[in-house]
Design a protein around this ligand. Structure first.
Ligand code: B12
Ligand code: SF4
Length: 446
């Protein structure tokens, strides 16, 4: 069975960048770089077949002259002649996911198209376009394997629990419960990064001369911030991998000196992290680590931050979100603003570069912008990101404000575009956010 798994391109929509003052533009995120771990995981589940993973993000970075998506996909179809095409998608890339599957169907309607990933998990009802045959929500390598088996055997997909079958634009959920699957431990699927060799030179972040990769130590998040997709994706559950499985994976990625832990929050189980870093030392694994760490963890456990720094932690991404306690409460962040300041101190004392991220709600007026700028200026970090509080479909925040949404173009759901009516005029709102990106300590772009 020939299987082609495609990672869609990035959404080009970025109104913060478009309206930002010229001098801020070079600091604003244009793209994030990293491996499609979801696709690599499902590729591992069907590794006995002839599987090709194609990262269109990597391809457009490697060869900017690569033809438009339709042409690129047609080329891949001719080259690989797949029986099944699988596509992963987050919200902002959903339109490209449809485009890819439509191209597949134009090329050969007999090719089975299967969609999965975060948006398929949070909003499976969106996948009614006839170009999709099957949607598999959730963490589903085993279910995907059953679909491949059924396709090979020519048996009915209806007997596979946990999938949605698209029949002429109407989705039919199969009955029954999927077999148990321990995604994080016994059934963990080690991603095979050999699929990504072609693009390794493009996986370089900022000024780093070395390629970086993502490794997850956990899935989900124990917190419940209203705007966040991650805990909804995992229905509030939190899964921790085992130390030894991480050590095994870290030993297989010598070609990546920089490792970003892809967790929602890397330090949740403190004993686990201490044990992991003890084993990293024992095994002589030397990497530069990048992690997402909550401000309250750093503020409350400086000893852990110090230990991780000794083990190679160099960059931390910290969701500050807001400088106002009442906003943090509204977002259910469970951490007061004072923790942000304390965390910065702890990280800096340990030589760790901080990327602090603020979210700007659409109702900010000029006074709010001034207050945020003043606070961010007093608490400068090396890199700072200022994005827009966005109602991602499937989140609590979406439910709270869905009647106020004025722009349903999913390509804009990447935190860089206001999809609600802003208090300031649209262009000025984005210009002011763009200008905030100048408030930071460093001169690097990351
Ligand atoms: C790694 C990662 C990336 C990587 C790779 C993504 C890719 N496909 O190219 C990179 C760095 C490129 C990336 C980019 C972006 N990302 Co990102 N990213 C993540 C991160 C940290 C981990 C995701 C992950 O790997 N999880 C582990 C894997 C195993 O889980 P999974 O993907 O869900 O896959 C499983 C299932 O879903 C399923 N599955 C997945 N795909 C498929 C396909 C098929 C066919 C099937 C059957 C099943 C299936 O099987 C897998 C195994 O069980 C998450 C945050 C988090 N901690 O979860 C954010 C996250 C997914 N990203 C997000 C966003 C918004 C972005 C950006 C738009 C950010 C930005 N503003 O620029 C950019 C997009 C492009 C750009 N502008 O640069 C949001 C998505 C929100 C949403 N509702 O859409 C998240 C949740 C972060 C957040 N804070 O909200 N990202
Ligand atoms: S914003 Fe961070 S802490 Fe809050 S639920 Fe999402 S991942 Fe967890």
């Amino acid at each position: 069975m020939k299987i082609l798994l495609i990672n869609p391109p990035r959404s080009p929509e970025n109104n913060i960048l478009k309206f930002a003052p010229e001098e801020a533009r070079r600091f604003i995120h244009k793209k994030l770089i990293g491996p499609p771990l979801g696709l690599l995981t499902i590729a591992a589940a069907v590794k006995d077949h002839d599987v090709v993973v194609f990262d269109t993000k990597g391809e457009y970075d490697l060869e900017p002259e690569t033809p438009p998506l339709e042409e690129l996909v047609l080329k891949l179809l001719v080259q690989h002649q797949p029986d099944l095409v699988g596509v992963t998608t987050i919200t902002s890339e959903f339109d490209f996911c449809i485009d890819i599957c439509r191209t597949v169907k134009q090329f050969d309607p007999a090719i089975l198209t299967v969609a999965g990933g975060l948006h398929a998990t949070l909003c499976p009802q969106d996948f009614t376009d006839p170009a999709f045959n099957i949607v598999i929500p959730g963490q589903c390598p085993h279910i995907f394997r059953d679909v491949v088996k059924a396709l090979e055997a020519g048996t009915a997909f209806e007997s596979i629990p946990g999938i949605l079958i698209n029949k002429d634009g109407s989705l039919h959920k199969t009955t029954g419960k999927p077999a148990p699957w321990d995604i994080i431990d016994a059934d963990y699927m080690m991603p095979d990064r050999n699929h990504l060799k072609r693009w390794i030179e493009t996986y370089k972040v900022g000024n780093s001369p070395f390629p970086s990769t993502y490794v997850y130590t956990s899935l989900g998040c124990p917190y419940k911030c209203t705007f966040c997709s991650i805990w909804s994706q995992f229905r509030g559950k939190y899964y921790q991998r085992t130390v030894e499985s991480l050590i095994t994976e870290l030993k297989t990625i010598d070609e990546y000196p920089v490792v970003r832990f892809a967790d929602a929050n890397t330090v949740v189980d403190e004993q686990f992290m201490l044990q992991l870093f003890k084993r990293i030392d024992e095994e002589g694994i030397r990497k530069t680590f990048v992690m997402d760490i909550r401000a309250d963890v750093a503020a409350n456990r400086p000893d852990i931050i110090e230990r991780l720094a000794r083990g190679g932690l160099k960059v931390v991404i910290c969701g500050f979100e807001s400088f106002r306690d009442e906003e943090l409460k509204k977002y259910r962040k469970d951490s007061p603003a004072v923790d942000n300041q304390e965390a910065v101190k702890v990280f800096e004392q340990n030589g760790i570069m901080v990327r602090g991220n603020y979210v700007v709600p659409p109702d900010y007026n000029l006074k709010d912008f001034e207050a945020l700028a003043e606070y961010a200026d007093r608490n400068r970090v090396v890199y700072a990101g200022y994005t827009i509080l966005t109602p991602m479909p499937g989140t609590v925040y979406y439910q709270q404000v869905k009647n106020q949404i004025i722009d349903n173009d999913y390509r804009k759901y990447n935190f860089f575009n206001s999809v609600m009516q802003s208090t300031l005029p649209h262009d000025e709102f984005h210009t002011r956010i763009g200008a905030l990106w100048l408030i930071k300590k460093g001169v690097d772009v990351i």
